[in-house]
Write a protein that binds this ligand. Structure first.
Ligand SMILES: CC(C)(COP(=O)(O)OP(=O)(O)OC[C@H]1O[C@@H](n2cnc3c(N)ncnc32)[C@H](O)[C@@H]1OP(=O)(O)O)[C@@H](O)C(=O)NCCC(=O)NCCS
Length: 341
């Protein structure tokens, strides 16, 4: 049994922060190769960028000044105040010495102290589609009373491998079903005339996405929430590239999609939300939006190589659209969840 203390990561403690970053990098390289590479920017920004709706507690298991394990705990206050999300990892050379168990116990204790009744974590799991992903976390979580509550697939689009002519043909065919709508492209804060409609659809993501047994509940998202998300993205060095479909007759936001680029990472970026309002489904807007935003990404970031996305395995419509615009299967993730008694 190694002696260690679990401490809050103090952003002003330079050596601790460096060791904390190194532990996270080591876990990602060891356990999740072949998936989107880990970068330090999100972790660093998470230490200091203020999110008024979502407290982010960063904890570390420390022995003689060295971080052996980490726990990132997310406590949302705007909605889902029954739920705590976390991710935890132990440096590969320090496993099976009780550090993971201590961090997990700490997560559950902090969640309970904060009045949370459910704890959950997203974890990449081994699969024949991603043979290099290790599987230490699943058995560990199941041993500790966690249940698999949502199965998701990870896909990646290698932009240089997409057949542009085939994409043109797909877009032309889709646009034949999408008359009466116009596209608006922008990055950062949405234009004033679209922001309420976008907030409405961001909220629908919580209710329209297949969630399996994951206990994520509805959320109230306003224009101010969306503005604040963009303030945080600016401070995190993230560019949010968005395309919106507007119903021309009513001016309503019919759907949107977004891709997030992290500064300092010129090869890998992330697909964010995509949604079409149920009133406007059946016009191939999902396909039109995805192609338009993918091309806007290519024009804004011509050297970008990969776009990553995750979907519930049961979200067959979104997966079919993703595959048609060039995404291929790269791995699998599971949401593990536990109800605290
Ligand atoms: C999962 C992880 C956090 C476990 O950390 P750890 O410090 O090795 O865990 P512990 O030493 O506290 O393990 C306690 C018990 O969990 C179970 N366990 C841990 N790793 C396991 C594995 N690979 N396979 C099966 N059971 C495992 C065992 O019952 C173990 O007891 P034992 O060593 O006496 O057999 C670590 O492997 C890790 O960082 N993995 C990558 C990230 C990850 O998967 N995180 C999951 C939580 S979000």
């Amino acid at each position: 049994m190694t002696h260690f203390d679990i401490v809050r990561v103090d952003p002003s403690d330079g050596p601790l922060v460096q060791s904390w970053l190194a532990a996270q990098e080591a876990v990602h390289a060891h356990d999740f190769p072949g998936l989107r590479p880990w970068t330090p920017f999100g972790a660093l920004a998470g230490l200091v960028v203020h999110d008024p709706d979502n407290r982010r507690e960063k904890w570390a298991a420390v022995c003689d000044g060295e971080v052996l394990g980490y726990l990132n705990l997310h406590l949302s206050d705007r909605d889902n105040s029954h739920l705590a999300n976390f991710e935890a990892g132990v440096a590969p050379g320090s496993r099976r010495r009780g550090i993971g168990s201590a961090l997990l116990r700490h997560a559950e204790e902090r969640a309970a102290e904060d009045g949370r009744t459910t704890v959950s974590t997203w974890l990449a799991v081994p699969h024949e589609d991603s043979p290099d992903v290790r599987g230490d976390g699943g058995p560990f979580l199941v041993d500790n009373g966690y249940q698999r509550s949502l199965e998701a697939a990870v896909r990646v689009c290698e932009l240089a491998a997409v057949d542009d002519e085939a994409l043109d043909a797909l877009r032309d065919e889709a646009e034949r079903h999408a008359s009466g709508f116009r596209l608006v492209a922008f990055h950062g804060v949405p234009p004033e005339d679209l922001i309420d409609g976008m907030a409405y659809l961001h909220a629908r993501m919580y209710t329209d996405m297949p969630l399996g047994d994951w206990d994520l509940q509805e959320a109230r998202i306003t224009a101010d929430t969306v503005r604040d998300w963009e303030r945080q993205r600016t401070q995190r060095g993230q560019l949010n590239i968005q395309t919106v479909a507007v119903h021309q007759e009513s001016g309503d936001v019919a759907g949107f999609t977004e891709i997030q680029v992290q500064s300092g990472d010129e090869r890998h970026c992330l697909q964010g939300n995509t949604i079409v309002d149920p009133r406007f489904r059946g016009h191939r807007l999902g396909t039109v939006l995805k192609i338009a935003n993918q091309r806007r990404l290519a024009s804004m970031r011509p050297w970008m190589r990969y776009v990553w996305t995750g979907n519930a395995e049961s979200n067959t419509q979104m997966i079919a659209i993703n595959e048609s615009v060039g995404y291929r299967l790269a791995g699998h993730e599971t949401v593990f969840q536990k109800k605290l008694s």
